[in-house]
Design a protein. Structure first.
Length: 294
C-alpha cells in the first residue's frame, strides 16, 4: 500500500524533474527526498525514475504509477472540498429521505427554500417507509429524514435523534356525489357499509382497523392499493373511501372531498430525524421544514 505522502512526492519530482526542486516545493531536504523515493521504488519493485546528468525523469514504471498517483490525489482533493462544503453548509451532497405523503408538499416546499438559500447544495432525495429511512440514517446513508409513527410507532435507531415536526390529522376522502360529502365532519360509524381503500403492504394491525373497532364495526371490504394516485382514482370512481393524511390534501383531485372524523385518535405524529452529528445543511433544512408546517 503506497502512502499518500509518497505519492505526493512522486508527482512533485515528476513535475519538477529534480529531487532538489521537489524538496524545495514540499519543504523537505534533498536527502529526505532521495530516501523517500528510494523507499517508494523498493515498495514498487524497481526504479521509477531515470537518473540523468541534470535531474531525473519518469521511466515506464514511473509513468504508470504517476498516472494512478494523480488520480488518487485528485480524488482526495475533491473529497476534502466536498466535506468542507458539507460541514460549512455551502455545498456538497445532502441525502434526504421521506415517506410518501410528506413528499407531496411538505418536503418539496422546504427543499425549494433550501435551493434558494443554498444553491450549492445538491440534494439526493429518497422515498421509503419510516423503518427503512431510520435504518439508512443509522447507517450513514441519509443526512436527514422525515418520518412518522404511523402505523405502529416510531422505530428507534442508534445514533439518530428525532424531534416532532407536526401532528398530521387523518381525514376521509369521499367522491363528491357521496351522501356524506357535504357533512364536513363525520362519525366513523356512518361509514360502516363502505369498502375501504388501504395499503397493499402487510397485514399488521392498523390505525384504520383500530378506529373501526372503536366505532363498533369491522370494514366489510378492504381493497388493497399501493399508490396514493390509485387510491384517489378508486375513490373518485366510487369504489371505496380512504383515510388521507392532511399532508396529502394538496394532491386531492377535484372529484373528491375531504371530511374530518370525530375520532381524536385518527392522527399521526410527523418527526424530523437527524444523525447525532448532523451536517449544517441538514440543520437548515430541518428549520425550513418547521417553517413549512407553521
Amino acid at each position: 500500500m503506497f502512502e499518500i505522502d509518497a505519492l505526493r512526492l512522486l508527482t512533485a519530482v515528476a513535475e519538477t524533474g529534480s529531487f532538489t526542486k521537489a524538496a524545495v516545493r514540499l519543504n523537505y531536504t534533498q536527502s529526505a527526498v532521495s530516501r523517500r523515493i528510494a523507499a517508494l521504488e523498493q515498495q514498487a519493485g524497481g526504479p521509477l525514475f531515470e537518473r540523468l546528468p541534470r535531474g531525473v525523469r519518469l521511466n515506464p514504471a514511473g509513468h504508470a504509477l504517476h498516472r494512478h498517483a494523480v488520480d488518487v490525489l485528485d480524488r482526495l482533493a475533491r473529497a476534502e472540498r466536498e466535506l468542507t462544503a458539507l460541514y460549512t453548509g455551502h455545498g456538497g451532497l445532502l441525502h434526504v429521505g421521506a415517506f410518501a405523503t410528506a413528499n407531496i408538499s411538505l418536503v418539496p416546499t422546504a427543499l425549494r427554500a433550501l435551493q434558494q438559500d443554498r444553491p450549492e447544495v445538491d440534494v439526493v432525495a429518497v422515498e421509503g417507509w419510516t423503518a427503512t429511512l431510520m435504518e439508512r440514517l443509522a447507517d450513514g446513508a441519509l443526512d436527514l429524514a422525515v418520518v412518522s409513527d404511523y402505523p405502529s410507532g416510531l422505530p428507534s435507531a442508534g445514533g439518530v435523534t428525532t424531534t416532532v415536526l407536526c401532528e398530521d390529522e387523518l381525514l376521509v376522502a369521499l367522491p363528491r356525489g357521496h351522501r356524506l360529502a357535504g357533512a364536513g365532519t363525520i362519525d366513523l360509524c356512518e361509514l360502516h357499509d363502505e369498502a375501504w381503500l388501504h395499503s397493499a403492504y402487510g397485514d399488521r394491525p392498523t390505525m384504520l382497523a383500530d378506529a373501526c373497532a372503536r366505532a363498533g364495526f369491522t370494514p366489510r371490504k378492504i381493497i388493497r392499493i399501493a399508490e396514493w394516485t390509485a387510491k384517489f382514482g378508486y375513490a373518485a370512481a366510487g369504489l371505496g373511501v380512504a383515510l388521507v393524511p392532511s399532508l396529502a390534501a394538496w394532491a386531492i383531485p377535484d372529484e373528491l372531498v375531504l371530511c374530518r372524523l370525530t375520532d381524536p385518535a385518527l392522527r399521526r405524529t410527523v418527526h424530523v430525524a437527524l444523525p447525532d452529528t448532523p451536517l449544517s445543511a441538514a440543520l437548515e433544512l430541518r428549520d425550513l421544514l418547521r417553517g413549512a408546517v407553521d
